[in-house]
Write a protein that binds this ligand. Structure first.
Ligand SMILES: [Zn+2]
Ligand SMILES: [Zn+2]
Ligand SMILES: [Zn+2]
Length: 243
């Protein structure tokens, strides 16, 4: 006869607050699509992760620009410029392979901190001011320079999604520079990010984009409805001709 050892924490984890470890005797809160449970006190009083909004636990990180990072976000965060460049290159190569969105003139990549991104964001010569994604990344064209800026410390999937989104803007800059319809501009960029997630096999995260509270969700839905009518290549041709 064998006896299977059960580690106590495996039995009680689900009944404990993921932030402070207290027993969840008086109810708990969860965040959308996340398994962790939090006690009412931590939800009300703890500082939050600047990336995902989770209450910070005793283990968390403070980035040099003041952002707080929870352990979950930290686990896959992209901090090093050389790693960021590699993931950026991979993401762009995959978007090109999947959707054929090639550029004639290349676009440079820079990993920056929050104040630097904010500075570029507000000085941006050709920035669409209502691009809410631009808190995480930014595409800018200044004269002959084309640059994609990404915030350092983003969890890997958010990093990739943001690269795909900004790369789509770089592509628009070449193929439909007159496109002003924000629903199509941002909807297409989100659509490229959405397809990149599906390409990576992250169908759950992709599906989350369809019922998130994100302000670009209606724009994404609009482009997905175009895809239903026109197909993937049809959407790309449609965007090239749109204004
Ligand atoms: Zn708690
Ligand atoms: Zn987090
Ligand atoms: Zn955008």
């Amino acid at each position: 006869m064998t006896i299977q050892a059960i580690h106590p924490s495996q039995l009680i984890t689900a009944e404990q607050c993921a932030s402070c470890g207290a027993s969840l005797t008086s109810g708990y809160y969860t965040l959308l699509d996340r398994p962790e449970r939090y006690c009412p006190n931590c939800i009300a009083t703890r500082p939050r992760c600047d990336c995902c909004g989770a209450p910070l636990g005793s283990t968390h990180w403070r980035l040099h620009d003041g952002r707080n990072q929870c352990a979950t976000c930290h686990n896959t965060a992209v901090y090093a410029p050389n790693v960021a460049q590699r993931v950026y290159d991979e993401t762009v190569a995959e978007v090109i392979k999947q959707l054929g969105l090639t550029l004639n003139v290349g676009v440079a990549f820079r990993l920056v901190d929050a104040p630097t991104l904010q500075a570029f964001r507000t000085q941006g010569s050709e920035l669409q001011p209502d691009d809410v994604r631009s808190t995480l990344g930014l595409y800018q064209r200044q004269g002959h320079l084309r640059i994609i800026y990404l915030l350092y410390g983003l969890p890997l999937l958010i990093f990739r999604t943001t690269v795909a989104h900004e790369y789509a803007h770089a592509w628009q800059g070449e193929h439909c520079p007159l496109l002003e319809d924000n629903m199509l501009r941002e909807g297409f960029a989100e659509w490229v990010a959405y397809h990149h997630l599906k390409w990576l096999g992250c169908t759950k995260v992709a599906r989350r984009m369809l019922y998130s509270q994100h302000p670009y969700r209606p724009a994404l839905e609009h482009v997905l409805s175009l895809e239903q009518r026109l197909g993937i290549q049809g959407v790309i041709e449609y965007i090239k001709r749109a204004e």
